[in-house]
Design a protein around this ligand. Sequence first.
Ligand code: AMP
Ligand code: ZN
Length: 499
Amino acid sequence: MTSSKKRDITTFIMQTLTIYNSLTTQKEKFKPLKDGYVGMYVCGPTVYSNVHLGNVRTFMSFDMIYRYFLHLGYKVRYVRNITDAGHLTDDASEDKISTKARLEQLEPMEIVQKYTVDFHQILEKFNFLPPSIEPTATGHILEQIKAIQTIIANGLAYEVNGSVYFDVLKYNETENYGVLSKRNIEDAIENTRVLDGQSDKKNPQDFALWKKAEPEHIQRWESPWGVGFPGWHLECTVMSTKYLGEEFDIHGGGMDLKFPHHECEIAQAQACNHVSPVRYWMHGNMLTLNGKKMAKSTGNNILPGEIFTGNNKNLSKSFSASVVRFFMMQAHYRSVLDFSNDAILAAEKGFQRLMDAIKLLDNLSPSNNSTVAIEKWKDRCYEAMNDDFNTPILIAHLFEGVKWINLIHSQKETISKEDLELLKSTINAFVFDVLGLEKESAAGNNSDKLDGVVELLISLRNQARENKDWALSDKIRDELLALGIQLKDGKEGTKYSIN
Ligand code: AMP
Ligand code: ZN
């Protein structure tokens, strides 16, 4: 293929990408502000505890989206922040990081460091690409103070007793507070009154841009309004527009951030710059466990570390990072995904089937002609991704490829040299570059080998028990335990976990 023909095809693929925009509640053709460039901001974690699999899901959805843009040849500036100050507890009485620092008797920055390191280590295990910029709230206090001054000067914020609040009713006279969440202002009042512990606000739905620090509050900065700390919503407005411009292409986050966080971001940016900041708002849906949202606060969650060891009451065994990635990619990012042991076991089987076929790819011999239509299949893969990043449909197409690989391998279908190259490059591009699955696991990862070895020992132990050879059965159990592998006898047989 000539390089200009290839360029035309890539341009065509770029131009047919559609994205579901939460702002318009419609799928729209993606047209970046500047041809060939994408600016994308995603709300990062609040680093006061370990990330759970639900958090990982949202970040993974945007990792896949970032990867697909890169694959299409876009130059992407991907900004994902670290919230290390200002995120208040649900009763709005205190900052989450300060609270944790007091509980653990550590400096707030020790808490931040501990959980930022954890976050990075976990994401690396799941093969995430690092963002282009990872700014922190505490690194942008001056910019936040300046933004507050602008909003006050524009008449949309007021100071009371050392705190500054955004005047939602005033803003709503000319703009639409609710444009993203589709809530009307009365709903907003209903929802904020319960959480409102502040009597100094003009209206309960007003939100803090700057909060006065009480004496026990340990994260504190000087400001024109006295010593305090910035509100959580403000950091994202300031950091996104600083690095991506007053108007930029994509802003993402979990569905639960739509209101109030993203609604407030729009209001603040409008109040500062008189322009709606984001062209495409994207929201990933929740990962649930036992039908309920995985959350830090309720304890209804699984930590990535527990997945890798199998040490969680919801798990029968350990699973590799690529199996978890495959499990997540089998659902569309806008659908709720329920985690269960059965579902991840099924994902493991599917993942293995995909990897087994990929192993065969290198040994397939081409024929003079093809009985399989690879070019059209490749187009279908792009169509799936161009339809709002539809990874489950993409994976269904990849399994059509798997079926062909197996048929060609058993000589029931044939493939030409050119088509074989196309099949290989397409599979590699989608499986490894776009979905971010890892080859290392393709070779049969160590967790599979460990599974096999432990299963073998479990069956030898069962035989020993049948023969009433208690000495041997105990020896197997105890020596595995000494190696950190605990056998658990239950109704459905013996399972194991790694301590
Ligand atoms: P947080 O650290 O609580 O600010 O959350 C970080 C990101 O994880 C946000 O984008 C949340 O929307 C997202 N998130 C939290 N819980 C879940 C969940 N159960 N499923 C998917 N995403 C979640
Ligand atoms: Zn944010």
